[in-house]
Design a protein around this ligand. Structure first.
Ligand code: HPA
Length: 269
């Protein structure tokens, strides 16, 4: 696996006209930011050696290199989810490649169900911490030489970047929530009892991504900043019926604000 990661990084390096230190995973809620990137290189995942092969037709995704404002960035347009059938090693393969390419800071976004009773649909929540509920750990197995066997996780989400987000949001008059993201395997949305359980356990939002990538990024010493878009609500005394369409609609509505904050952060970082 490690040889494949190195081979993929070497293959990409040969084709990359610049050496960005910032990467972004354009999850739900951030797709539109891709349109603002002055693209210098775009490669379909299916054309990158050793990259996971997409299971969903028409959803192969692309790796983008280019400028966002004044900043050179590497962007993943589309991510790999565990529920699609990928192993955790496949889900996190691109993050390992990012590390080999010299990425120092990673920005991530996701759509998530809100369980904190003070949250509303359309809220943005800065992820201050997470709870890993995936059934397989991304660091399971032989340790990679990028980090220790037993990595520290006390500051998975960088405090300086969180403070920067708060400052930018205050300047723009955008309210930001803060909280704990629970990462689950999906693909079912939670039952009412499950939402309540995750709330009792300390979660503010719940979703089906992000945690694996963040764990691996931290194992590589990459700083991480993450935001959840609250696309539906579950838990105590709130409606729980939710569909993929609801999630998409709520995420789309808040895209411009989310993109605004991320763009500014990437340019100041
Ligand atoms: N649960 C899990 N994943 C999600 C949710 C949710 O309520 N909303 C968006 N992604």
């Amino acid at each position: 696996m490690y040889e494949n990661i190195k081979a993929t990084a070497a293959w990409l390096r040969e084709r990359m006209p610049s050496r960005p230190t910032t990467a972004i995973i354009l999850g739900t809620g951030l797709g539109r930011l891709a349109e603002e990137i002055e693209i210098t290189l775009a490669i379909d995942y299916k054309d990158i050696p050793h990259f996971p092969v997409s299971t969903v037709e028409g959803h192969s995704g692309r790796l983008l290199l280019g400028k966002l404002g004044d900043k050179e960035i590497l962007a993943m347009q589309g991510r790999f989810h565990f529920y699609e059938g990928y192993s955790m090693k496949e889900v996190t393969f691109p993050v390992r490649v990012m590390y080999e390419l010299g990425i120092k800071t990673l920005f991530v976004s996701n759509a998530a169900g809100g369980m904190n009773p003070s949250f509303k649909i359309g809220d943005l929540m800065v992820i201050t911490d997470h709870i890993n509920f995936f059934p397989e750990h991304p660091l399971h197995g032989k340790n990679f030489p990028t980090g220790p066997r037993f990595p520290d996780m006390h500051e998975a989400y960088d405090k300086e970047l969180i403070a920067m987000a708060d400052a930018i949001a205050a300047e723009k008059g955008v309210p930001l929530q803060h909280g704990v993201y629970v990462g689950t395997q999906g693909p079912t949305f939670e039952t009412p009892a499950e939402y309540r359980m995750y709330r009792i356990l300390g979660g503010d939002t719940v979703g089906m991504s992000t945690v694996p990538e963040v764990i691996v990024a931290r194992h590589c010493g990459i700083r991480v900043f993450g935001i959840s878009v609250v696309t539906d609500l579950g838990g105590f005394d709130v409606p729980v019926e939710v569909s993929h369409e609801d999630v998409q609609k709520a995420a789309d509505a808040v895209q411009p604000v989310m993109a605004d904050i991320m763009r500014e952060m990437i340019n100041r970082n």
